[in-house]
Write a protein that binds this ligand. Structure first.
Ligand code: UD1
Length: 418
């Protein structure tokens, strides 16, 4: 397994370009199963989760007509296999996104129960409850979710907790269901809004995306999808924090500042200089870092996917910060590793109390999930001495060429292939 070696302590400087959003392209790829024909998607980030989803679609009968320069043409004319096998689904939780489209289009699905990041139980009960309410018969057997449906029917569904992929899954299924579906307490994440917009362009009738009530009028069929994926807000946020934690000066290009508002505001509160332009953000870490509190919540609040990276930053801030994780129950896997670098962090349930210290020291580290791994990279960039991060395949799931982008900013970072 590859390792990343980082010699820390060097301020990052220069310009970094953000790639397309992983969490936007995954549901769009799944949505191609609702169509028959050539789907054209541009700005596709070359990360492992995307490769996994493409392989899964190929397994389901879709054909990759071409795939170069971040543009994929996916032909779904023969996507008639309803079975998503364990070996693909187990590596990526978002594979469960094919469940709704398969049931809506083929009336059958056999999808392995997902794996993914080890950040909590992460059930898919809302997905299943919603599809059952739409008239699908669903049962679990040998680790697979089986489903059949003669014809899905529109429903009124309330999410007990805001769920991003849950909203996406039911919205996709509802596009081809009979009648009207109303999703209440729906996710408002930009990735959900984008999916709704792209489906609408393909002929779906969707209203209310971006609010907590989405209404979908079922239609008989959809045209193939054509879209360009927007920039990844979590990747952008990660590089913004990289600039701040190394006391550097970085221009993060190709981003949508509006998607990053809570991150920008929290950085500014911590005395990081953030200069926001239309499609870029300059981050400078010149003044002493101040400890600030943060609490994760669904969009538009502070994203859980930035919590680990922000905590790395707070380990070096003046004073005490309190970070509360309210979205996932087990998303503090990075804490033990940060402590091994000298960080002063105490955990109490969903809350981490961080007392800022003068400096972190490099250490051998273990990446445990996607965003926890990013936080270790950031901490290692700021730390004195060498850090060796193992299990970096987690990073490859969601970041395009992270070590290349960081070394172009002057980081001393190297991948050791094993
Ligand atoms: C998505 C993102 C992930 C992000 C998360 C929260 C993708 C591919 N992944 O994950 O990067 O961290 O949103 O912003 O877009 N829940 C249930 N039952 C369900 C579904 C969810 O109880 O059926 C709970 C989860 O355990 C969690 C909360 O709801 O506590 C939110 O999860 P959800 O929004 O569904 O996360 P994902 O869509 O998996």
């Amino acid at each position: 397994m590859d390792k990343i070696v980082i010699e820390g302590g060097r301020p990052l400087e220069g310009t970094v370009k953000v790639s397309g959003a992983k969490n936007a392209v995954l549901p769009i790829l799944a949505a191609t199963l609702l169509t028959r024909g050539r789907n054209i998607i541009e700005g596709v980030p070359n990360v492992r989760d995307v490769k996994t989803m493409i392989r899964l679609l190929q397994d389901l009968g879709a054909e990759v007509a071409s795939y170069e320069d971040e543009k994929i043409i996916l032909d779904t004319s023969s996507a008639n296999n309803p079975e998503a096998p364990y070996d693909l689904v187990s590596t990526m939780r978002a594979s469960c996104l094919v469940l709704g489209p398969l049931l809506a289009k083929l009336g059958r699905a056999r999808v392995s129960l997902p794996g993914g990041c080890a950040i909590g139980a992460r059930p898919i009960d809302f997905h299943i409850k919603g599809l059952e309410a739409m008239g699908a018969k669903i049962w679990l057997d040998h680790g697979y979710v089986h489903g059949t449906a003669d014809c899905l029917k529109g429903i009124q569904f309330y999410f007990d907790t805001v769920s991003v992929t849950g909203t996406a899954n039911l919205m996709m299924a509802a596009c081809l269901a009979e009648g009207e579906t109303v999703l209440e307490n729906a996710a408002k994440e930009p990735e959900v809004v984008f999916l709704a917009d792209v489906l609408s362009q393909a002929g779906a009738k969707i209203k209310g995306q971006g609010t907590d009530m989405i209404t979908i009028q079922g239609v008989a069929s959809l045209q193939p999808i054509e879209c360009r994926i927007f920039p990844d807000r979590i990747e952008a946020g990660t590089y913004m924090i990289a600039a701040a934690i190394t006391r550097g000066d970085v221009l993060v290009e190709n981003c949508i500042p509006q998607h990053l508002e809570p991150v920008i505001l929290k950085l500014q509160e911590a005395q990081v200089d953030v200069d926001v332009k239309e499609t870029s953000i300059r981050v400078q870490g010149r003044r002493p870092l101040l400890a600030v509190n943060a609490k994760t919540n669904p969009y538009p609040a502070f994203p859980t996917d930035i919590q680990a990276q922000f905590m790395a930053l707070m380990t070096l801030a003046r004073g005490q910060s309190i970070i509360m994780e309210t979205v996932f129950e087990n998303r503090f896997m990075h804490v033990a590793e940060l402590k091994r670098m000298g960080a002063d962090i105490t955990l109490d349930g969903h809350t981490a109390v961080i007392n800022g210290i003068e400096g972190l020291s490099g250490a051998p580290l273990m990446a445990t999930d996607l965003r926890a791994s990013a936080s270790l990279v950031l901490a290692a960039l700021a730390a004195k001495g060498q850090s060796v991060i193992s299990r970096v395949y987690h990073i490859d799931r969601g970041y395009v060429g992270m070590e290349k982008k960081l070394s172009s900013l002057g980081a001393r970072i190297q991948r050791l292939a094993n």
